[in-house]
Design a protein around this ligand. Structure first.
Ligand code: SAM
Length: 186
């Protein structure tokens, strides 16, 4: 279902914990927003140094903004140099990736991060049957896709000691169960 950008920009902040996402972005951030969608976060982030959003579907009004937006596949994009960035956002991207790519993708990203770099993962992670049903229904209608939930518990067990977990927590907004996992490269 193609929702007009003006409506999307009004509705999405009602279900997205934007303030929590922003709270983890440092003032000197050079941001790489993987799966940036329509660029909603750029409208809300203040006090950053640079921003680049990558998405398979960049809206047409962003095509000419080559400084801030790139149309492309995140899985391939992180194969190039990432030294220009120090803050990586994965906001509701992972459940769109095939399960076999999820860990490979995040691990590859982490391995390419520099010491001190921050990774903010926020994804849908239902805590009960009702929210699971609602999230699946939502994504099926909006994205025509089945959700591939990211297994945060198994992922945490694979982390090595060159990573610090800055925070991890659930936040429910209406029937949307969000999970935050924020890491810093040590
Ligand atoms: C639920 S939207 C989230 C958008 C944005 N992060 C936000 O929070 O508003 C997920 C986005 O991931 C994008 N996406 C899915 N798989 C992708 C991939 N392999 N590479 C780049 N973008 C991808 C989709 O096109 C979609 O815009």
């Amino acid at each position: 279902m193609a929702i007009p950008k003006s409506i999307y920009f009004k509705l999405r902040p009602l279900i997205l914990p934007i303030d929590e996402i922003l709270s983890f972005i440092p003032h000197n951030a050079h941001i790489l927003d993987l799966g940036c969608g329509k660029g909603l976060l750029l409208e809300h982030i203040k006090n950053f140094k640079s921003y680049k959003g990558v998405d398979l579907n960049i809206p047409s009004d962003k095509y000419k903004d080559e400084i801030n937006f790139v149309k492309g596949d995140c899985i391939n994009f992180i194969d190039r140099g990432l030294e220009d960035y120090n803050t990586f956002l994965l906001i509701d991207l992972l459940h769109h990736l095939k399960p076999k790519y999820q860990f490979i993708f995040v691990k590859k990203l982490i391995n390419r991060m520099k010491r001190g770099d921050i990774l903010i993962i926020k994804d849908i992670y239902p805590k009960n049957f009702v929210t699971k049903f609602w999230n699946s229904f939502h994504d099926f209608i909006i994205s025509k896709q089945l959700i591939n939930y990211f297994d945060f518990n198994s992922f945490e067990n694979t982390l090595t000691n060159n990573l610090i977990i800055l925070d991890k927590f659930h936040k429910r907004i209406f029937l949307y169960d969000h999970f935050f996992f924020v890491l810093k490269r040590n």
